[in-house]
Design a protein around this ligand. Structure first.
Ligand SMILES: Nc1ncnc2c1ncn2[C@@H]1O[C@H](COP(=O)(O)OP(=O)(O)O)[C@@H](O)[C@H]1O
Ligand SMILES: [Mg+2]
Length: 234
């Protein structure tokens, strides 16, 4: 569904991604794991059309998307739940969800999709008129996911969805990702929480200093000595 080939990304002279290649099969969960600063967010932002790569190809369902503006990438069906839960804090929950449905591909299906989001996150319907900035961290993450789903994505990239959340909420967020995947959503999961994301992933890639250094099934990498030493403290 998504193929990334030999991606190079620079910030000025500093190289953030170095010949990164990976692929995402339709219907799968692919995890990209790596330490802080490895380049995970840069990779997501490049796929999302927010950073222009210096080199490389990104194809989605056979169409070249590298260099397309982000609204066009979104409208092809690639959604993003950004690092740090980028909701609009001064808007209400309902207004945030409506912002997610502004994409041309989503407008017609808005009401049905809103019903689905409320079914998944009943708390968002209860808090419809509440200002988003006053929600708890976990509720804000639900809202960020709900808003993304309002855009009718076929593939969603989740950037550190568990960061800063209490363990019980982390669990809930991961269960949500698993349920969405079971309902047909293709997922890219970017995490520092390596054990957790490898358990969930069909395929995983380790990103180190801007390079993919290891790949395998989630299970393979969980059992890999290098991964266990570097990321799992075993
Ligand atoms: N806007 C930016 N300008 C300059 N350097 C950046 C910018 N964003 C990220 N970087 C640098 O790129 C590297 C990768 O960062 P990032 O993609 O955020 O990693 P991760 O998400 O894995 O923590 C880091 O060295 C970081 O300091
Ligand atoms: Mg990051």
């Amino acid at each position: 569904m998504l193929q990334v080939r030999d991606l190079d990304v620079f910030y000025g002279d500093a190289q953030a991604l170095d010949r990164v290649s990976f692929e995402v099969a339709e219907g799968s969960i692919v995890a990209i794991v790596g330490a802080n600063g490895a380049g995970k967010t840069s990779l997501i932002r490049t796929i999302a059309g927010m950073i222009r790569p210096a080199h490389g190809r990104i194809t989605f369902r056979g169409e070249e998307i590298a260099g397309l503006p982000s609204h066009r990438v979104c409208n092809l069906g690639i959604g993003q739940v950004a690092e740090g839960r980028q909701i609009f804090p001064s808007l209400t929950v309902g207004e945030n969800l409506e912002m997610g449905a502004l994409l041309p591909r989503a407008r017609d299906k808005r009401d049905g999709q809103l019903a689905r989001v409320f079914e998944m996150f009943p708390i968002l319907e209860e808090r419809l008129k509440q200002t988003a900035g006053t929600l708890s961290g976990g509720e804000q993450q639900m809202l960020a996911i709900g808003r993304c789903l309002m855009g009718q994505p076929d593939l969603v990239m989740f950037d550190e969805p568990s960061l800063g959340l209490a363990p019980a909420i982390v669990h809930e967020v991961l269960r949500t990702i698993r349920d969405l995947n079971a309902a047909g959503l293709t997922c890219v999961l970017v995490e520092q929480n390596v054990a957790m994301s490898l358990k969930l992933a069909d395929r995983a890639y380790v990103l180190e200093n801007g390079r993919i250094t290891l790949t395998g099934t989630g299970e393979d990498l969980l059992a890999d000595d290098r991964v266990r030493q570097a990321y799992l403290g075993m």
